[in-house]
Design a protein around this ligand. Structure first.
Ligand code: WTA
Length: 656
């Protein structure tokens, strides 16, 4: 971000006070900050009391061997029991857990907590029948249908960590995750509905299974939900099992076993700065405490709220704020399968109106696309049920914030801009809707119990009015425990930068304004944020270089009005490829799509004769970003050959 944009941002002087009635009845009041600061462990112990523990813990936090934390040591619990059974036992079995809305109009289904308990028990029994034992990994590759949530909870119930792979990822991406976590079983569907048509999933699982086998890993069983009814080639009777033949026929009786608080709950893969995605490991007691507390506090959840988080369960937001947080809190939710604009552009707002959604949580990229389409579309719907709006995934620009509050929230609703990461597991920095005033574009301050700072290279706090690195200075319950199978990479990635100080390095840049409120500025590493999704430059470069015509590639994230950042690639072709042919750009874009998935497809690929490198051979992405964002190229004095930029800029302007 340029200094000019930054200082404009910091001049933001609009303020929105919490609505009086919300403040008067808020779940959390201002005292919580001081109480948590006085005694953070006591504070988190109190929050853990929201859960049902089969055995209480002996020690709240064991931080004897940092950065390896143990929260609620000695405690035992079952995550699925906490998300489902206990609500039924407390007499709330008839409460709707999910209003499921499929993409085809009229395809809806309400599932109560009592029904969810039966479904999860049946799926747990089926997984056991398929040979899954406590500790085995199960991959989930599904559309946004109730069975996806049921599968996650069934895994949690039997202590088999799940790894949910976003349904938009390619078979290659799925295969590498299956191999990395050695998944025994995959749960999938024949397909799902996207933009009005059935889009297949099962064939990608078949391919991924073959590829995983080539990598030396065997997937034993594939459990398949029939969602679209589309034809399936390649059914393998030794491996494939229909959900309706197995789960539907299974017993609804299943006794949940209590697991250690540190028992692995799931692995979620996310992009890092190298080509290989990192398997972020979350465990049970601390994670569930963090997810449940923040969902209750940040959204001011009340028993009669209808809550809707539009994320996909393939991302961490779906894990913490569709599955574990809201269900642990016994909330009623909307679960929507499709895209925002199918079959018509007002689809989301129609759902809000019909189901009287009161809390709505989405991403800035979606808000920006609605802004572009014009306010007539949401204005055609009664959105008066809304009372709290949330944002996550990337910085929300002040104009999008104000539009969201004004057009969607009718100026009544606080907007909570929530900063967190796959690694943090829970919201870390956010306003509290009944306590903090809103300031468009700022995530404000850490929530009670969380300690964050903005520091310089030495780890010294920068103070108000200055920028630096965002760090977390104290452990928190939902923190990642390690990178699956790679403790060294865990230490190196997050804890080595400020090792002596023991700070967690988030990889984001941030600035404190004169009031001490925090503005997240974006990644300081080679991770891009496209429509709120994390993508690694190196991962896309590796995909490009795997194409036979490509010699070298450099990828940057360039500013984009719609998606926040967009993938821009600079590619040097191999000599023998000549000019690559007329369709070379499209060919390479599709290659990336095939290797990683549609979200990684570059917006732009420029074929260049050279790449700008320092004398030590490091690609200077900063200069490429200048080209991609149509700026004058900055300081080139550290380049090994400073004429390279002229060649690249000439190529870029002629579109080659
Ligand atoms: C970015 C998503 C600004 C940030 C929950 C972070 C944000 C990365 C915000 C994590 C926000 C997330 N304001 N930036 N409110 N929320 N980010 O792991 O760069 O998919 O490091 O987790 O998204 O992305 P992840």
């Amino acid at each position: 971000m340029s200094d000019e944009t930054l200082s404009n941002l910091l001049k933001e002087d609009r303020r929105f006070e919490p609505p009086a009635d919300l403040a008067a009845n808020a779940n959390v009041t201002a005292e919580a900050y001081a109480a948590a600061e006085r005694d953070p462990e006591g504070f988190w112990a109190e929050q853990a009391g929201r859960l049902d523990w089969a055995t209480p813990w002996d020690r709240v936090l064991n931080w004897d061997d940092p950065p390896f934390a143990k929260w609620f040591e000695g405690g035992r619990l079952n995550a699925a029991y906490n998300c489902v059974d206990r609500h039924v036992e407390a007499g709330r079995g008839d409460k709707v857990a999910f209003h499921f809305v499929g993409e085809p109009l009229g395809d809806t289904r309400d599932i109560t907590y009592a029904e969810l308990k039966d479904l999860v028990s049946q799926a747990a029994n089926t997984l056991v029948d398929l040979g899954v034992r406590t500790g085995d990994r199960v991959a989930i590759y599904m559309p946004m249908i109730p069975e996806a949530v049921v599968a996650m909870l069934a895994c949690a119930r039997i202590g088999a960590p799940h790894t949910v792979v976003f349904g938009g990822f390619s078979s290659d991406a799925l295969a590498s995750r299956l191999e990395d976590c050695q998944a025994k079983v995959v749960v999938t569907a024949d397909g799902g509905y996207r933009r009005g048509s059935a889009s297949a999933l099962k064939p990608a699982v078949d391919e991924a299974r073959t590829k995983a086998a080539e990598l030396g890993h065997t997937v034993e069983k594939v459990l398949v939900v029939r969602r679209t009814g589309q034809d399936l080639d390649g059914w393998d009777d030794d491996v494939d099992v229909w959900w309706h033949d197995s789960v539907d026929a299974a017993s609804t009786e299943h006794t949940p076993e209590a697991f250690d608080a540190e028992h692995p709950l799931y692995v979620m893969y996310t992009s890092g700065t190298t080509g290989k995605p990192k398997g972020i490991l979350h465990t049970t007691g601390g994670y569930l405490t963090g997810a449940a507390y923040t969902h209750w506090a940040v959204f001011d959840l009340k028993p009669d709220d209808v809550y809707w988080c539009t994320a996909d369960i393939g991302w961490v937001t779906g894990h913490s704020y569709i599955v574990y947080g809201p269900l642990a809190n016994g909330a009623t939710q909307v679960l929507y399968e499709g895209t925002p604009d199918s079959p018509e552009r007002g689809r989301w707002w129609k759902i809000v109106e019909e189901l009287k959604v009161s809390i709505f949580y989405t991403a800035p990229t979606a808000i920006r696309s609605f802004m572009k389409q014009g306010r007539e579309i949401p204005d055609a719907h009664d959105l008066s049920s809304l009372r709290v709006l949330g944002s996550v995934g990337e910085p929300i620009n002040p104009e999008a914030y104000v539009w969201y509050r004004h057009v969607i929230g009718g100026d009544r609703t606080p907007v909570v801009d929530t900063w967190w990461q796959t690694e943090t597991g829970q919201i870390m920095i956010s306003p509290l809707p009944g306590v903090t005033h809103g300031k468009p574009g700022s995530a404000m301050i850490p929530i009670p119990g969380v300690s964050a700072e903005v520091v310089d290279e030495q780890g010294e706090p920068v103070g108000n009015g200055a920028g630096g690195y965002l760090v977390l200075t104290k452990p928190w319950p939902a923190m990642l425990r390690t990178i699956w199978g790679d403790d060294e990479r865990f230490k190196e990635t997050y804890w080595s930068r400020f090792e002596k100080l023991g700070f967690y390095f988030a990889g984001d840049g941030a600035k404190l304004d004169d009031d001490g409120d925090l503005w997240v500025l974006g990644r300081v590493d080679d991770v891009m944020n496209v429509s709120g999704h994390r993508l690694s430059t190196t991962e896309i470069e590796s995909a490009l270089v795997s194409h036979p015509k490509v010699a070298e590639a450099a990828v940057v994230g360039a500013k984009d009005e719609d998606t926040g950042q967009a993938v821009c690639a600079f590619v040097i072709l191999r000599d023998e490829a000549g000019d690559g042919g007329a369709d070379i750009v499209e060919e390479l874009r599709n290659h990336v799509r095939k290797e990683i998935g549609p979200i990684a497809k570059p917006r732009q690929i420029m074929i260049v004769p050279e790449l700008p490198k320092t004398r030590s051979g490091k690609i200077m992405r900063r200069l490429l970003r200048d080209v991609a964002e149509h700026r004058d190229v900055g300081d080139v004095t550290t380049l090994a050959d400073s004429s390279v930029m002229d060649l690249i800029a000439a190529g870029a302007s002629t579109g080659k």
